[in-house]
Each structure stands twice: as structure tokens, then as C-alpha cells.
Design a protein around this ligand. Structure first.
Ligand SMILES: [Zn+2]
Length: 416
């Protein structure tokens, strides 16, 4: 940013909020029309912001399709030009918002965060520990609206829709423990799709991850206030070398920004149910992202179960601004603290791309092959399960056909 960060992150975000203006709303009949952008308006605003700050932002639109269903995802890369460092030597952070259609507030947070990163609002009083230094050392990729098709369904009137444009939950379509169903499984909420990565949105996100090879991943949701780390599919946190780092980063954020009121820990261990095939479990287990989080930024448990707008999104201006402000500053803290916490761990990191930060080439190459095999094995296991299931079904059909023809045969011999 041309002008430095001259104030504390908190003031910066608050100022931005005071001066932010909602454009057109979700739809004219929505109670949120005054507070929230439509998806079209939000993405247009993001595009314009990028256009005004080409020294630090680039925008790509990634597309994929599968069996007649197409999806596209806008990805914004924040990378300030810096003569001393090239992009590869910076910390890489991947953030995704709006994976679930009904969680409108998350994409609003993405837009605000991008506005802060753009530096459009210069501030007077100097804070010398500059966010400038922090932001010089990171490359941030931001997906402001992962599930554009699902979001459109919400805007068309289905306020409780969280799945994509053809009814698949994008946070159940990944390959770690894919397809397992709990007793209270509800296809309206959690349909995992016909196979891991059947959905174009998940394919695009996986590709971004492979190409970008992030050190830090955060997927942003709403429904409660929580700071989650792996695992979602079982009770407990991983034993890996970054487990301690993840725990301490989350505890710091919770204390500093949320007065310790967020639920913190593994998704599966704290939320009350296991989630299978989630993005964060894949990011940690398969993509080997050292720090992988799920943030839940807002929830209203007293809203009626049929009122999804209010369950997942602030309904008044004061709460809306408070949520955006708190989480915006929490992200700036994350950009500052997580890389410094992680530095000590990265000697042991072997990324999915095979770049060993502190190690030999050959080890990197070997590990890369192993990662590939592991990735393939996860998916093979799932396909094998499907194969066994369909074989059993075929056998059953075959046997019942034989017994039926025997009966007919016996019947006809009795007649003769
Ligand atoms: Zn969600």
C-alpha cells in the first residue's frame, strides 16, 4: 500500500465500517436489504477495488464443470510488490468465505477485509509497529464467495440453503472420511455428493490449494462463534508438529478479540457432531497445510429454526458492524502472529508442492511422491467402498432373480 498503516488495526477497521455504504440489498423483500450486498453487487465491488489497486491485487476467475453443472469462483491475490522479497519467500495465506449460501455475513467480511488491505482509507496517527511490515511478508489469496450458485438460491428466496446450486454441501465433498453418515444425517443439510470432489467448486478450491501451497488456511462460516482446528471427522486434535502452534494462535485470538467467548478446539470435539469430508480436514491431512482453521463468526441461537437469515446473519446495523469490525481486526492479528509462531515449526514442514523449507531436494521429491500416493489412496478407498456396495447390490439382485426363476420353474413343473 502506498500509504502506510498509520493506526491500530482496530481503529482502521472501525473507521472503514463507519464509512462503508451498502449498495443494493439481498433482494427487495429481504429484511437484510439495507445491510447486505447482493452477490452481484458484492463481486462487482470487489472487482472495482482490485481495479483501483493493481499494485497489490490481482483477480482471477476460475471455472469448472461436471455433468452439466458449472461453477465459477473469483480469487483475489494480495501481494504487494517488494524488491527484497519475491512471492515464493513470503508466507502464503488462503482464505475462503461464503462456502455455505445462507451465511451472507461471511462474504461481507471478505469485502471489508479486502477494503482494509487496499489501504483506501489512510489514517492519521502513526502506529509504528507497522502492519506494513507484516503485509510485506505475506501473500494472501481471498475467495470472497466460494458458493456463488448456492448464494443465488438464497437470494431467490430459499433462505435456509447452504448447499451449492445442485444441492451438495461443499463442506462435505472433500476426500477425508468422505460419505460417512451419522445417525442424524440430514441430506438437506449435508449431502456429500456422488463422490469426493464431484463438485466443480471443490475441484477449483483443491486446484488453488495445490498451485498456491498455503502455509495457512481459513474457511469462514457462521452459525456460532468458534475458532476451530482439525479434526472435524473425529474427536480430538492432531498430534502433528503444528498442533501446539494452532492451539496457541487460536487461544490468543480468542483472548485478544473475543474476550474468550468463542468455542475453541477441534470441530469434531467441540461442536457436538462429527462432520465428514470437510475442507479443513483435507487441508490439514492431505494438502499438508500446517495451519488449517475454520472460523465461525456469528450465530443467533435464539432465532426461530425457520428463520435462517437471523440464525446465521446479524439483523441489525450495530451487530453487523461489530461482527465485521471484530473479525476484521482478528484477521489482521492472524496475519501478524501466525507466521511468527509458525517460523519455528517450518523446519519440519513438507508441503504438498514438495518445497521443503529446510531440507534437501531429494527428500522433497520423495515426499512429493508420497503425498501424491496418499492423495490417491484417500480417493481410491472411497471408490473401493462404492465398488463393494454396488457389487453387493448386484449380487443381491442376481440371487433374488435366480430364486424367483426357480420358483417359476417349480411352479410350472407342478402344473405339468
Ligand atoms: Zn457454514
Amino acid at each position: 500500500m502506498g500509504n502506510s498503516f498509520l493506526i491500530s488495526p482496530s481503529l482502521f477497521c472501525s473507521f472503514l465500517l463507519l464509512s462503508s455504504v451498502s449498495v443494493d440489498g439481498v433482494n427487495s423483500s429481504s429484511p437484510f436489504a439495507d445491510l447486505y450486498h447482493s452477490s452481484r453487487a458484492l463481486l462487482e465491488e470487489v472487482g472495482q477495488l482490485v481495479g483501483r489497486h493493481r499494485d497489490r491485487f490481482t483477480l482471477e476467475t476460475m471455472r469448472a464443470q461436471n455433468k452439466g453443472y458449472a461453477a465459477e469462483i473469483a480469487v483475489i491475490t494480495y501481494n504487494r510488490l517488494n524488491k527484497l522479497m519475491n512471492g515464493d519467500s513470503k508466507f502464503r495465506i488462503l482464505l475462503s468465505f461464503g462456502q455455505h449460501g445462507r451465511e451472507l455475513i461471511t462474504s461481507e467480511l471478505a469485502l471489508h477485509l479486502l477494503s482494509v488491505l487496499s489501504g483506501e482509507l489512510g489514517m492519521p496517527d502513526l502506529n509504528t509497529v507497522s502492519m506494513d511490515n507484516v503485509l510485506d511478508n505475506v501473500v494472501i489469496k481471498i475467495v470472497p464467495m466460494e458458493n456463488q450458485n448456492g448464494r443465488k438460491r438464497v437470494e431467490d428466496g430459499d433462505a435456509c440453503e447452504r448447499r451449492n446450486g445442485r444441492g451438495v454441501d461443499l463442506n462435505r465433498n472433500w476426500s477425508v472420511d468422505w460419505g460417512k453418515k451419522e445417525k442424524d444425517y440430514d441430506p438437506y443439510e449435508e449431502n456429500p455428493g456422488i463422490a469426493p470432489f464431484s463438485e466443480p467448486e471443490a475441484q477449483i478450491m483443491r486446484n488453488i490449494t495445490k498451485l498456491f501451497d498455503p502455509h495457512i488456511w481459513v474457511t469462514v462460516h457462521s452459525g456460532m462463534e468458534a475458532l476451530f482446528m482439525p479434526y472435524d471427522h473425529r474427536n480430538g486434535t492432531p498430534d502433528g508438529y503444528t498442533s501446539k502452534t494452532m492451539k496457541s494462535v487460536l487461544a490468543d485470538l480468542n483472548h485478544k478479540h473475543f474476550r474468550d467467548r468463542c468455542v475453541v478446539g477441534s470441530g469434531g470435539g467441540t461442536v457436538g457432531y462429527f462432520a465428514h469430508g470437510t475442507t479443513t480436514d483435507y487441508m490439514y491431512d492431505v494438502a499438508k497445510v500446517p495451519v488449517a482453521f475454520t472460523f465461525e463468526i456469528y450465530g443467533n441461537s435464539s432465532a426461530p429454526a425457520t428463520d435462517c437469515f437471523r440464525m446465521f446473519n446479524p439483523a441489525d446495523s450495530a451487530t453487523f458492524k461489530k461482527v465485521i469490525s471484530e473479525w476484521c481486526t482478528a484477521f489482521l492479528t492472524l496475519f501478524e502472529t501466525a507466521p511468527s509462531h509458525l517460523k519455528a515449526d517450518l523446519g519440519k514442514w513438507v508441503s504438498i508442492r514438495g518445497n521443503v523449507v529446510d531440507g534437501g531436494e531429494s527428500r522433497a521429491g520423495r515426499r512429493k511422491v508420497l503425498d501424491g500416493i496418499e492423495l490417491g489412496m484417500q480417493e481410491l478407498k472411497t471408490y473401493f467402498r462404492l465398488f463393494i456396495l454396488s457389487s453387493v447390490l448386484l449380487m443381491f439382485m442376481f440371487c433374488s432373480r435366480i430364486s424367483r426363476s426357480k420358483l417359476i420353474h417349480t411352479g410350472s413343473s407342478n402344473l405339468s
